[in-house]
Design a protein around this ligand. Structure first.
Ligand code: ARG
Length: 457
């Protein structure tokens, strides 16, 4: 088939070669952005006197017809026209005649594709930012119900100190808060117009880049035409920010998977977010959480894919950059889908407060409290650590926990122990007393929840 750029060619490529070269199977997702960009471009061309008003009106009418068809899914694409830009240009010419060929005055596919990607990501970043906020609200609501629910806090996946379940949930709130801030911050680097940079060097036509940028709602224009067409930093940044969101969800998913096991039994996933086994009738598997954990890998993959694509590309545009799209689309769908499922899982999961509490009562996670007790009575902390370590060892020998250890044992450990030691060891008290800023004490956690809510309004 004759190409729109076919003038200097004596031969046409075979279809299987066209297929390899084409991006239309996936960049058709940019159809609306591409038409929006063209509408702004043609409006600018008329304003600058490069096209007559009549020509511009004809082109705009044609573009609007294509937009309507695109929204209805009525456009038929062909790999012979390679990508969304050439497919639309061909359709425009078919629709309104040769005047359609004037649309591409003073522009190149290189600034055009970059413009489409900026428009696309600008919208997606806004939507993901909103999804993150929905998730943060789910976390706060859950946290509010569980300020006084206690469970073991872990380091090295070994029981460390008891904490409020709300405190644990709110740790994730702050991770997603940073993710949201990163998305919002990236917006200013996405919301910049490359349009009018041409193939790489600008154009001889008296275009007004600031005007087309303004029509598209961009805050600024790229100051260097070569940078404008070859920059993919904003996509890499998006993939990096998306990787971080996935990593945060994945960590929590790992906990949810552990917690819903028979060994932990801290939570039960709602039936609506679980699956069964085809052979073992008793099974209820946390598939959604596992899938989010797994999908994290593919988003990282897209980040590394694009970083690698870009590392060897000389200025300015290179066809390698067509490889920026699939990973980006995939990351957008993966992050959005995962955020939605994740929020649903958290919202609906059942919390077994009794198992959490039971776990805290059958461990040594109150041992630090005991060392603090001695330290507050004047014993150097290092010595107190040693005394308590020995008491823990005694308990292990006797198969009991610190609350069950007879008072004489305490006395033989240190004269500083008094009968109130048993109150101090109560897990609820242990948690409640950690009132340092950002600590897990109930009053602190309540305060932190109020502060967190303020960041969402
Ligand atoms: N389909 C191409 C891409 O996605 C559009 C730009 C092509 N430009 C060119 N000079 N071949 O990158």
């Amino acid at each position: 088939m004759k190409k729109l750029w076919g003038g200097r060619f004596q031969k046409t490529a075979e279809e299987w070669v066209d297929e390899f070269n084409a991006s239309i199977p996936f960049d058709q997702a940019l159809v609306e952005e591409d038409i929006e960009g063209s509408l702004a471009h043609v409006t600018m061309l008329a304003k600058c006197g490069i096209l007559s008003n009549e020509e511009a009106e004809l082109i705009k009418d044609g573009l609007l017809i294509l937009m309507e068809k695109a929204k209805k899914g009525d456009l038929e694409y062909s790999v012979a026209y390679e990508d969304i830009h050439l497919n639309l240009e061909k359709m425009l010419i078919d629709e309104i005649g040769p005047v359609g060929g004037k649309l591409h005055t003073g522009r190149s596919r290189n600034d055009q594709v970059a413009t489409d990607m900026h428009l696309y990501l600008r919208k997606q970043v806004q939507e993901i930012q909103e999804e993150l906020e929905v998730l943060q609200r789910v976390l706060i609501d859950k946290a509010e119900q569980h300020v006084e629910t206690i469970l073991p806090g872990y380091t090295h996946l070994q029981r460390a100190q008891p904490v409020s379940f709300a405190h644990h949930l709110m740790a994730y709130f702050w991770m997603f808060q940073r993710d949201r801030e990163r998305m919002i911050d990236s917006y200013k680097r996405i919301n910049i117009s490359p349009l009018g940079a041409g193939a790489l060097a600008g154009t001889t036509f008296p275009i007004d880049r600031e005007y087309s940028a303004e029509l598209l709602g961009f805050e600024a224009v790229y100051q260097n035409s070569m940078d404008a067409v070859s920059d993919r930093d904003f996509i890499i940044e998006f993939l990096s920010n998306s990787s971080m969101i996935m990593m945060h969800m994945s960590r929590f998913c790992e906990e949810l998977i552990l917690w819903s096991s028979e060994e932990f039994k801290f939570i039960e996933m709602d039936d609506a977010f679980s699956t069964g086994s085809s052979i073992m009738p008793q099974k209820k598997n946390p598939d959604m959480a596992e899938l989010i954990r797994g999908k994290t890998g593919r988003v990282y993959g897209s980040l590394f894919g694009l970083l690698t694509v870009m590392k060897g590309t000389p200025l300015s545009y290179n066809k390698d950059m067509q490889e920026d799209k699939e990973g980006m689309f995939d990351a957008v769908n993966t992050v959005k889908g995962s955020l939605k499922i994740f929020a649903g899982m958290i919202e609906t999961m059942k919390i077994h407060t009794d198992s959490m509490e039971k776990a805290v009562r059958s461990d040594f996670s109150n041992a630090t409290e005991l060392a603090d007790y001695l330290a507050s009575k004047g014993m150097p902390f290092r010595e107190a650590h040693e005394v308590v370590g020995k008491l823990v060892y005694t308990c292990i020998q006797k198969h009991i926990y610190l609350l069950d250890l007879p008072f004489e044992e305490y006395k033989s450990g240190s004269e500083l122990f008094e009968e109130d030691v048993y109150d101090v060891l109560e897990p609820q008290i242990v948690v409640q007393r950690r009132e340092s800023l950002g600590g897990t004490g109930f009053a602190q956690v309540k305060k932190a929840i109020i502060e967190a809510r303020k960041t969402l309004v």
